[in-house]
Design a protein. Sequence first.
Length: 151
Amino acid sequence: MKTDRQNEIIRLITEKEIETQEDLASELRSFGYKVTQATVSRDIRELRLIKVAAKGGGFKYARPDRIGTAVSERLTRILTDSLVSVESSGNIIVVKTLSGSANVAAEAIDTLAWPEILGTIAGDNTIFVITRHEAGTEEVSDRIRKLTELI
């Protein structure tokens, strides 16, 4: 049963943009699987699923497909664990992190390779994220917050 359910999860995330655990649980229930959020969470962990940028600007679950993705996942986890705040002004986003974490967190942001971002500059606990256009700054700020669940 578990193997069937996990195979179904892989199929679902391949065919659809599944953004949340609840979305995934709902999809599984529609196929007759009796799952709880805890079950889905365990499956996600066991399958080593990660969240990647979706076409519509949000995030979706995906399978890591290479070593680089695993590194990206680790960097994103570091960003998530060290993030304190995200604020913006003009085309600059100021990301505050725990002391000593900014360089690795900036590398995580760079690894995302979002086309709206020109680059990052990191100090000890502060990152400047420079966006291409002022109009996209708030969207990128929201995506960083959503990625790290700081909303």
